[in-house]
Design a protein around this ligand. Sequence first.
Ligand code: SF4
Length: 258
Amino acid sequence: MQTVLFTSTIFGPIHSRRLGSSLGVNLMPADGKVCSFDCLYCEAGFNAQGPGKKGIPPREEVGRLLEDKLKEMQAEGMPLDVITFSGNGEPTLHPDFKGVVDDVIELRDRYYPAAKVSVLSNATRLHKPDVADALRKVDNNILKLDSAFDSTVRLLDRPTGSGYSVADVIEGMKQFDGECIVQTMILRGEHDGKVIDNTTDTETDALIAACKEIGPREVMLYSIDRKTPAEHLVKVEHEELEKIADRYRAAGLNVKVS
Ligand code: SF4
């Protein structure tokens, strides 16, 4: 069974193509995974591995661990471009996500005022006012939308709740008035005998229409970078991603391929 990718609450700094020198904040358990999606490509593995025993780290612990790390990095003269909420699941599921975001912003201001704060979220909790308020405060509010079709999201991202709908997610994203980045994983493959492919013209046209409605300041297209828990997924190469991106550009959207 695949184990979780991040074994601590604060991890890195790691160099990310998308984000630069990034210190990670994992608000989910350090020994298990908790997510409202169960994506076929999740670097933290499938949800079936379970939530572990350590539990979700309390707000105070996150703040203390982050401050220790920032002090250490500052003493060593290490650069920092971004503090990124990601890890073993969906960060907005933390019961005090808003409080943690406030603490992280305060610590960033104190130790690395030029660094950005980013959140990678699957956008399943935008209907929660405290989650939306917290996401408004961060520099990079990065929200996942892998398809504009519920059926594709069900195959690829596998929402754990029955109430998921792309239409609701689009509505949720619209509330940020452009202050968000839509992130889309582009891939093709097969799982459990079903074909998955969000590179088709139909998928691309629908995603472009969704993004035009949302009006994000940026769209981020990327493909698989590491080993995925589902075995039969195929990476879409940079050149093809750029061709898809050109269609977004032609529709007037600001898109980056990473
Ligand atoms: S939303 Fe993110 S953490 Fe959750 S399963 Fe998908 S890739 Fe993994």
